[in-house]
Write a protein that binds this ligand. Structure first.
Ligand code: NAD
Length: 454
């Protein structure tokens, strides 16, 4: 497999892909190692994860360099991702023991009732490339702490990072057979679906997630899906500082080139502030500097998948053909690399793909609405339900709107943010199950009810 830098189009490295045969043998080793790992004390398992946390910090410059080279994100964003991953890991280090410990529930006459937790067993983690550290640690850290063995397949677009993760986990004391990287594209992913794993945890597109859920359904094992989004954001006519809002919205739309599951993907603006917002927003977006991701002065790097340029162009064409106006951007930047100028479309509507289909790139449609009811109806008019955001200085108004939008995460006066303390749980086509928060710790364990008499 050739790993190509999407910003320079240069070959970074060639890596041998796993075959169905090597996937099978990695599985067998993981199966034979899992029960011993499950018997290692919780404290020792957590101590390994703590060492992994510290190794990320120690190696952050080289890890950020590899991430930047492989996925094309600005070096500062790569460092931010590593920092964010360490924050999430600390959450699991500090909170797992209290949720996984055996808990006495009550005494019923002569019977003591309690709950304990067992690991699921050997689980598969098929992952995405956009935030390989962040989406990875949501799964493999709590899974390892709970005593599972993990077969981890990084995306083919983040293979070097996946191998770096495996190396550091092993250095931290996790046995090689307990955490194993599977290298390759959909073919090695398919080979994992053939295995008798005890759980499948996937981050990626709705299309692949649905396919995986269908393929493994008859195994009757837990399936967790963190899928795509088309996250709406509504600017009401009650905001104190519209310039600050325009700045925050631009960041929510274009951070990581819009390649975030919870990136803002559609913006609705109350008619009373629409013109003013548009002029502020246009300035914010036009000021974003696109270029070499290794250069710290650039805010936008290269798209990770060069083939995605054509997809973004097709959404722009579809919108323009139906009467949209191109306010900023709209073009691939000439020369080497998958650089695309941040794009804003206005005069958009819900017949256009850009307002309904996940873009996962540096493109946003902004639509004028007459009131909160219209905004709320449009926010719900979508097959995804990951996050939704409202900007207003009137908290009651904001909460009332958000409570009526069917999404797993609600943001009031913020957007594109994840807290390890809160559940990450997409609704509708955005996913199934929960990661992060205490619920995301319990995702990787099987509860056992004890009835102890005598
Ligand atoms: P993708 O679905 O193309 O690939 C994801 C993973 O699945 C990769 O490792 C890939 O090799 C593997 N895969 C592909 N086909 C497979 C098959 N048939 N069987 C088994 N495995 C297979 O997604 P992507 O392009 O890597 O990621 C982008 C998507 O991920 C976007 O839709 C984004 O919104 C979503 N995402 C969601 C979250 C979340 O938390 N909800 C986080 C990050 C990304």
């Amino acid at each position: 497999m050739k790993i190509i830098n999407p910003a320079t189009e240069e070959l970074i490295r060639e890596i041998t892909e796993d075959s169905a045969l090597t996937v099978q043998s990695k599985y067998e080793l993981a199966r034979s190692a899992q029960s011993a790992w499950g018997k290692v004390s919780l404290e020792e398992r957590i101590a390994c994860i703590k060492r992994f946390h510290d190794l990320i910090e120690k190696n952050q410059e080289s890890l950020a360099y590899d991430l930047c080279a492989e996925v094309g994100k600005p070096i500062q964003e790569a460092l931010n991702e590593l920092n964010g991953a360490r924050t999430r890991i600390r959450f699991f280090i500090e909170n797992s023991a209290q949720w996984l410990k055996t808990t006495p529930i009550r005494v019923d006459g002569t019977t003591a009732e309690s709950i304990s937790f067992d690991p699921l067993g050997v689980i598969g983690n098929i992952s995405a490339w956009n935030y390989p550290y962040l989406v990875g640690v949501n799964v493999f850290i709590p899974a390892l702490i709970a005593g599972n063995a993990v077969l981890y397949k990084p995306s083919e677009f983040a293979t070097i990072t996946g191998l770096n993760i495996a190396k550091l986990l092993h250095e931290a004391g996790i046995p090689k057979t307990v955490f194993t990287a599977i290298v390759g594209d959909y073919k090695s992913g398919e080979a994992m679906l053939d295995l008798p794993l005890d759980g499948y945890f996937f981050t990626g597109s709705y299309k692949t997630g649905k396919h995986i859920a269908e393929r493994v359904a008859s195994k009757l094992v837990p399936v967790g899906l963190e899928l795509g989004g088309k996250d709406p954001l509504y600017v009401t006519d009650e905001v104190t500082d519209l310039k600050q809002v325009a700045n925050a919205v631009a960041e929510g739309c274009f951070y990581n080139n819009g390649q975030s599951c919870c990136a803002v993907e559609r913006v609705y603006v109350h008619q009373n502030v629409y013109d003013q917002f548009i002029s502020l927003f246009e300035k914010e977006v036009a000021a974003l500097k696109v270029g070499n991701p290794m250069d710290r002065s650039n805010q936008q790097g290269s798209l990770t998948r060069p083939s995605h340029v054509a997809f973004i162009e097709s959404q722009i064409k579809d919108a323009l053909d139906q009467g949209a106006t191109l306010l900023v951007g709209g073009k691939k930047i000439e020369g080497k690399g998958a650089f695309f100028s941040p794009t804003v479309l206005t005069n958009v509507n819900h017949q256009m793909k850009v307002m309904k289909e996940e873009s996962f790139g540096p493109i946003i449609g902004v639509m004028k609405v007459k009131d909160d009811t219209e905004a709320m109806n449009l926010m719900n008019d979508c097959e995804y339900g990951l996050t939704a955001s409202v900007y207003t200085s009137n908290q009651e108004r904001g909460k009332t709107i958000l409570a009526q939008v069917n999404s797993g995460t609600s943001y009031l006066n913020c957007c594109d943010r994840v807290s390890p303390y809160l559940p990450w749980a997409g609704r509708k086509n955005s996913g199934l199950g929960t990661t992060l928060s205490y619920l995301g710790i319990l995702t990787f364990a099987k509860p056992r009810g004890w009835h102890i008499r005598g």
